[in-house]
Design a protein around this ligand. Sequence first.
Ligand code: HEM
Length: 240
Amino acid sequence: MATQVSTRGKSPATPARPKRPLIPAVLLKFVMALTGAVLVLYLVVHMIGNLQIFWGPTALNGYAEWLRTLLEPVLGWEGFVWVVRVALTVSVVGHIWAATLLALRAKRARPVKYAAGNKVKGSYTARTMRWGGVIVLLFIIWHILDLTAGVVNPNGEHLKPYENITADFTPDRWYITLWYVLALVAIWFHLRHGLWSAIQTLGRSSNRREKTLKAGATVFTTVLIVGFLIVPISATFGWI
Ligand code: HEM
């Protein structure tokens, strides 16, 4: 005899409509793009600023001091640097927050697991971005302790970036150079993928245009990372 299941007190058989999220995905993607753009802009300026090391201690140390005098009549000594620090902190937190929410939603929206072929690709990218992000974050913490606070730097003198960098990257401390190189490779992957995703989200108009933009993003990321890499490498080999 067939047993009848009571539906009293339960929702009707029609499938429940998915709840609309409080924060729309488009807003989260906008937050990702905006905060990512702030961070990339900072990196471009920071990389170009670092290259002044090749012009000697007066150029680089003078640049560090000049940054602290920017908008001094309005913001006071180092006020501009603090505005940048706040903008960077807000951007990093916003970037991680939006990325986490988007990743959780993507996971929830996919109750059925990927087919074997897609699984490898999808989870590989997600894992690379997640672990890449963690490495970048750990690097930033180390880097601030190293070259801003100076507490893990063998020289660690305030406003003496030239002396701090040349003391940091030496043949005896090859592992520090290696750590910076590995972190910069992680940043290369993270940034290139981020730019590729942004291009994919924004431009579905033409395949050829998308390919050109992606190639441009790869070249941009490579130039940026090579610009950073040449400083610790040159210091280690005594070329500065
Ligand atoms: C590998 C090459 C790099 C070198 C030689 C370098 C050098 C420096 C130096 C000397 C400072 C202290 C500046 C000052 O106090 O005026 C600094 C600060 C900083 N750097 Fe770098 N940097 C490098 C790469 C990076 C990368 C890849 C990032 C980000 C992912 C980064 C993020 C920062 C941040 C957030 C600060 C703190 C700025 C502040 O004082 O508020 N740096 N860096």
